[in-house]
Structures are given as C-alpha cells and as structure tokens.
Write a protein that binds this ligand. Structure first.
Ligand code: CA
Length: 131
C-alpha cells in the first residue's frame, strides 16, 4: 500500500510547512509547490491523488490552474484553500472545476477530513490507497 499523494500548491512558506506537516502526520505523501507555473507543470504530470490549491499565487493563480487541470481532462480532486471566501470567489472556484473549498483560517482536522472525503469520492476501489 502506498500513501495517497497530495500536491500542495501554496506560496506562503509557513502555511505550506504547516499543512504539509499536518498531512504527512496523517499518512499522506506530500509534494509542495509554491509557484503557479511550476504548479501547472506538476499538476499536468498527473501524479497526485488530490490537489490542495491556494488561489493567490505568483505568476499563475489558483483559478487558472484549476481551469487548466480540467481543460487537460484531468479529474484529480481539487480542494481550494484560500482567504478569498466571498461567495463570488467560492462560486467561481467551484465553477472552474474545484471539488471543495476551505477558507483560511481553517481548522486542521477539517482540512484533513475534507482531503480524505475527496479521496474516497474520487477513487475507484482498485486505486484505493491507505491514508
Ligand atoms: Ca497565497
């Protein structure tokens, strides 16, 4: 059994470290990317089981990354993680193909639970991994 792979796209170093430590402590394998363009490359490689995506990023923002992932036909679950929690921001993220949305500041247990929920929903039984 391999751990579920999370692609964490977050440019704030302290938050990236906090979230990656949290996810690793919960059994996930985590790749952290801070730059929007690099994130697009990483997402396109299609090696993640779930993407945790910040909206405000350098060069390419989270909305564009989300749209690009879906335009490539990738159906990886996407959890948007952002301080932008106005209704229009949430609606735009979901309409661009995000599966779920969590506002900053978030509760650690809730973030982990939402990631696990997306993995349960997104995975065929044959692809089930431990987390
Ligand atoms: Ca950010």
């Amino acid at each position: 059994m391999t751990p579920a792979r999370v692609l964490l796209i977050e440019d704030e170093p302290a938050l990236a470290r906090g979230v990656s430590d949290l996810l690793r402590a919960n059994g996930f394998s985590v790749t952290v990317v801070a730059d929007g363009q690099h994130a697009l490359d990483e997402a396109s490689a299609n090696t993640a089981d779930v993407v945790v995506l910040d909206v405000m990023l350098p060069r390419v923002n989270g909305y564009e990354i989300c749209r690009s992932i879906r335009e490539q036909g990738l159906d990886v679950p996407i959890l948007m993680l952002t301080a932008k929690t106005q209704e229009e921001d949430v609606v735009m993220g979901l309409n661009l193909g995000a599966d779920d949305y969590i506002g900053k500041p978030f509760r650690a247990g809730e973030l982990v639970a939402r990631v696990k929920a997306l993995l349960r929903r997104g995975m065929a039984p044959a692809r089930c991994v431990r987390f």
